[in-house]
Write a protein that binds this ligand. Structure first.
Ligand code: GDP
Length: 300
């Protein structure tokens, strides 16, 4: 399904304020620009991206490029799409990598386990053989959740006892996937340990241990980010990126109470590909990130 974005994102602060702002053809003046600036900041777009966007519109308004406010809205739409287009790069599974290893990272509660289930379902649907590694050994419930999911869907899950060494689980899983010729291995990791430093050290170790078996692994370090956490998402990404070099993002919970704009801030600050967007709790609600569909869902 390609549709449904607008319906899911219409509750965001972004969609609501812009809907109001452009109701009844507002006058094209500096007040409108100020209101747009405030709306972008409130919607979590972040100061840097907001300043870029508003300054571009101001310059073009002064050059009399816009006949009316709807022409300005069109220009804003294009600027927003241009900001996201470079990061709207889908994840491609390299069939030559056996397995193609996706290391999933992110803090607890962001939707990591749910996303792994949705991804596994998607990859399976695309005909790939699959294995999961229950690497969140800090939380017994996370291991059980993956195992249940794997049983229900006929996907092997590599796990060890509670409090097992996460790097050892990852190593075992990669070895098993190699032996079986599995196409995709998705490895879960902890989202919280006793200390933040401990967590980053563990993630680094998981990566290094995998590289003993395959120097190219993990092929994707996929960070799951909760779209409702606002600017805090940026500091989370900064921290994980410093530890394990994040190569792709999933932004979840963009439906519901998200403000919607954090995706632009992430794109502007990091330029890391946004692979998927979570716009609901159902399996089909994990969408390949589409810059135009996303922007069009936020604007009137
Ligand atoms: P984890 O701790 O990161 O593994 O988080 P979970 O996978 O257990 O998810 C936490 C909650 O977020 C669950 O209730 C999920 O159903 C919910 N969730 C995950 N993704 C989305 C999404 O895109 N939209 C909404 N509305 N809820 C989501």
């Amino acid at each position: 399904a390609k549709g449904g974005w607008r319906e899911r994102l219409r509750g965001t602060a972004f969609a609501r304020t812009f809907g109001g702002l452009f109701q009844g053809n507002p006058r094209l003046d500096d007040d409108l620009l100020d209101e747009i600036e405030t709306a972008l900041i409130i919607a979590d777009v972040g100061v840097t991206a907001t300043t870029d966007l508003v300054e571009d519109l101001r310059k073009r308004m002064k050059a009399r490029e816009f006949a009316d406010s709807s022409a300005l809205l069109k220009a804003l739409r294009q600027d927003l799409v241009d900001l996201l287009a470079p990061v709207a790069v889908p994840l491609r599974i390299d069939a030559a990598a056996k397995p193609f290893v996706v290391l999933t990272v992110g803090v607890n509660g962001v939707g990591k386990t749910t996303t792994i289930g949705k991804l596994a379902r998607r990859f399976k649907g695309e005909g790939h053989s699959l294995m999961l590694a229950a690497g969140d050994t800090f939380r017994a419930a996370a291991v059980a959740q993956l195992q249940t999911w794997g049983e229900r869907n006929g996907v092997p899950v590599i796990a060890q006892g509670q409090n097992a060494d996460a790097a050892s689980v990852a190593f075992d899983a990669l070895q098993a996937a190699k032996a079986r010729g599995t196409q995709v291995l998705i490895a879960d990791t902890a989202g919280r340990l006793h200390t933040q430093q401990g967590l980053m050290a563990e993630l680094g170790k998981i990566k290094r241990v995998m590289q003993k078996l395959d120097p190219a692994a993990p092929h994707e370090v996929l960070m799951v980010i909760d779209g409702t956490t606002g600017q805090n998402a940026l500091s989370q990404l900064r921290q994980f990126h410093a530890a394990v070099q994040v190569t792709g993002l999933v932004v979840t919970k963009l439906d519901g109470t998200a403000k919607g704009g954090v995706v632009f801030a992430l794109a502007r600050e990091f330029g890391i590909p946004i692979r998927y967007a979570g716009i609901g709790e159902k399996l089909e609600d994990l969408r390949v990130f589409d810059a135009e569909a996303f922007v069009d869902a936020l604007l009137p």
